[in-house]
Write a protein that binds this ligand. Structure first.
Ligand SMILES: Cc1cc2nc3c(=O)[nH]c(=O)nc-3n(C[C@H](O)[C@H](O)[C@H](O)COP(=O)(O)O)c2cc1C
Length: 323
């Protein structure tokens, strides 16, 4: 698992950046996401020394915020949206692939929600492993959630690198069979029977759910933007991991708000066989790199791993306010 932690860290910081940004916006602030500390070591080390922060803290972003003056976005440059059918697919039977072509229009009205309501929803999201083949909402509503999240979650330079596939129905079993077979094979012939059994049971738990949202980042789009803006080309893969984290978190939280439980899995990053097996089975572009799987269903058990209570670090070790 060790090589995956830096990627998960970029996913998690994306989730956090997005949550704080959205909560501040709900209170009437405007903000933008900046990455100067990643551009020059002088900036990152200057910030750490100025504010007496631990040398092990790597600055992933800066979010300047304040009262809004003017409209969002760059003057004279309207935010554009790729057709949603190019970004979201819904698969609910073997071989049957549907995609909508209509563009979801942007929502020009500022949200009237306050940060309290938003953060209550954020707090309510948990990891659920015990899942059933039931959903309190229709497949059309699940699709609407994913399409809305894909449309409205931000991306660096509005590159819209994220893609999502919703799998329900018979195809769902096929998906988790690809994951099961590929993952068990990756454990090797010498893996103890107990480990194999343990992993079969875990994957069986995901397969017991109602549906899975697969998250992808389109590497072709990343390459195009990197070529267009060479000065920051090296940062696009990291921003892509931030953006997919934001999207994963938004879909996960929205499904939970509807009474579904979910957990975040990364089997497609563990072995190439699973990643390519998923692309082939669902006829997806080869440039789509799967960043996570989110199996969901009405929960059958409390959140978290049984017998392992979720603990929280003292908040003062994680947040500092410098006024
Ligand atoms: C970036 C990221 C990666 C994660 N990867 C996995 C994973 O591979 N498998 C898993 O079961 N849970 C995964 N999780 C879930 C975490 O273990 C879980 O969110 C954490 O323990 C806090 O529990 P909670 O989700 O109930 O609040 C991941 C979470 C994040 C934010």
């Amino acid at each position: 698992m060790a090589p995956h932690f830096p990627v998960w860290s970029q996913n998690a910081t994306g989730m956090l950046q997005f949550t704080v940004w959205t909560a501040l916006e709900a209170e009437g602030f405007g903000a933008s996401l900046q990455h100067h500390a990643a551009y020059a070591d002088e900036i990152s080390s200057g910030i750490l020394s100025e504010f007496g922060l631990p040398e092990t803290w790597k600055c992933t972003a800066l979010l300047p915020f304040g009262g809004r003056v003017g409209e969002p976005g760059q003057p004279g440059r309207e935010k554009t949206f790729k057709p949603i059918g190019e970004r979201v697919r819904v698969i609910n039977d073997i071989g049957a692939l549907q995609s909508t072509q209509q563009i979801i229009p942007p929502q020009p009205e500022p949200s009237t929600a306050t940060s309290t309501a938003f953060l209550r929803t954020v707090k309510a999201r948990r990891t659920y492993y015990g899942l059933s083949k039931a959903s309190p909402i229709s497949d059309a509503e699940i699709r609407a959630i994913v399409e809305s999240a894909v449309t409205n979650v931000p991306s660096a330079f509005n590159s819209q690198t994220s893609r999502a596939v919703v799998v329900t129905g018979k195809s769902y079993q096929k998906l988790w069979e690809i994951v099961r077979a590929g993952y068990i094979k990756s454990l090797g012939d010498k893996a103890p029977a107990a480990i194999i059994q343990q992993n079969e049971a875990k994957i069986g738990g995901y397969a017991a759910g109602y549906g899975t949202v697969l998250f992808f980042e389109d590497q072709a789009t990343i390459d195009t933007f990197a070529a267009q803006i060479p000065a920051v080309a090296a940062h696009f893969p990291v921003w892509s991991q931030n953006a997919t984290g934001m999207l994963q978190f938004t879909v996960w939280t929205a499904l939970e708000a509807e009474g579904l439980g979910a957990s975040l899995q990364h089997h497609a990053a563990y072995t190439e066989e699973i990643a390519s097996g998923i692309l082939a089975e669902f006829d997806l572009p080869k440039t789509w790199k799967c960043t996570a799987l989110l199996p969901f269903g009405v929960p059958l058990a409390p959140p978290g791993a049984p017998g392992r209570e979720k603990t929280f670090m003292p908040i003062a070790e994680r947040v500092r306010v410098i006024a």
